[in-house]
Design a protein around this ligand. Sequence first.
Ligand SMILES: NC(=O)c1ccc[n+]([C@@H]2O[C@H](COP(=O)([O-])OP(=O)(O)OC[C@H]3O[C@@H](n4cnc5c(N)ncnc54)[C@H](OP(=O)(O)O)[C@@H]3O)[C@@H](O)[C@H]2O)c1
Length: 366
Amino acid sequence: MGTISTEAWVLPAITRHANRKELVRERYTFPDITADEVLASPLYGCMEGNMLHALQRDPIDICRERHEDCVVLGNSGVVRIERIGSSVTEFSEGDTCILFGNGIWDEQGYPIKILAYDAPGTMGVLAKSMKLHQRQLIRIPRDTSFSLPQWAAFSLRYISAWANWRVAYECWQSQMREVPPEQTVVCAWGGGVSFAQLQLAKRFGCQTIMACSGPERLKLLQQKQIEAIDRSQFNENEFEAEFLNAITQKTAGKGVSIFIDNIGTPVHRITLKALARQGVVTTCGWKRGMRSHIFRAIECLNRHIHVHTHFARYEEGVEAVLFAEEHGWMPPAPDRIWTWDEIPKLFSEYANDRITSYFPLFSINA
Ligand SMILES: NC(=O)c1ccc[n+]([C@@H]2O[C@H](COP(=O)([O-])OP(=O)(O)OC[C@H]3O[C@@H](n4cnc5c(N)ncnc54)[C@H](OP(=O)(O)O)[C@@H]3O)[C@@H](O)[C@H]2O)c1
């Protein structure tokens, strides 16, 4: 089998670049496509939390985990198919598709390892050319009403949100079937996945609240009719009491029905305190820390359900795309798209929380 060589921003193994925390631009060589794979040109990508986790080698060093000399990151994006393998039936040359990030999945289709992250031999969109298994692509609807950058932003965060919402809402309903959506309060800490999930909850008729910081995010939430709690206004020493007071006011003392917490350690205790009886805390992420401490007795007495999910099944990805096109469930149009040359700067700005957009987009071949 031949090989393909392309320009890429790669994460090198630590052994090559002593603990370097920057990507390196170099030629990247990968094996030609197999029967089930396609060769594609990445057009747009979206910066994701896992890309930064990979660069910071926290919680794992993916090069070491994969026993590879370097890894091409980037598991949210839009590609154009250039060539298909002999067993590929659902796609044709010229199709534009979003990436679907399952690298290795279990017998039910749920992800075990993630494309361009911990799944060995997989690559992401930070390359001018790439290959993907046909189950790592979902075709963008023909005549879509949305732009390719919006679909690139949709690719990972919206599908994660879709799959997490389904489990969380069904868990809430398992104990609270009589409560109609308009009396169901869904609250979240910041982030693109949370924003997507609250937009979805709103479409199902729920009351929605999101913590945020900064005037741009406040404005966006107002535009989307999501109630905002500006966490930057609170006194650091009184943060917990002030945040819980805001929740009490917004929920008429009842507390939150479903709390989306993808932040983790520093806020988890507040999340649990904000929950109503029979409330659901739901997560697919751990932006600020993986460990949490719970008082099991209190969680039992309050009948809280704790939901943990990781990305989605392929069928859920397809459903999410169809729902999105039909109902306009989409990320906002971007006000900036970072260029190929600006990729390292984008990583550093994202690491330092200096990007106001929930969906930092970059172009590759577009
Ligand atoms: N397993 C999966 O399927 C999956 C999929 C996608 C993402 N994830 C993970 O989920 C996590 C969240 O991802 P995301 O893309 O939604 O996040 P994101 O877009 O990177 O944004 C995180 C936001 O959280 C808020 N924040 C940061 N520190 C905070 C703190 N100490 N307290 C409260 N809020 C804080 C900030 O918003 P404000 O300043 O506006 O409050 C920040 O912009 C990441 O760890 C990501 O890797 C997992």
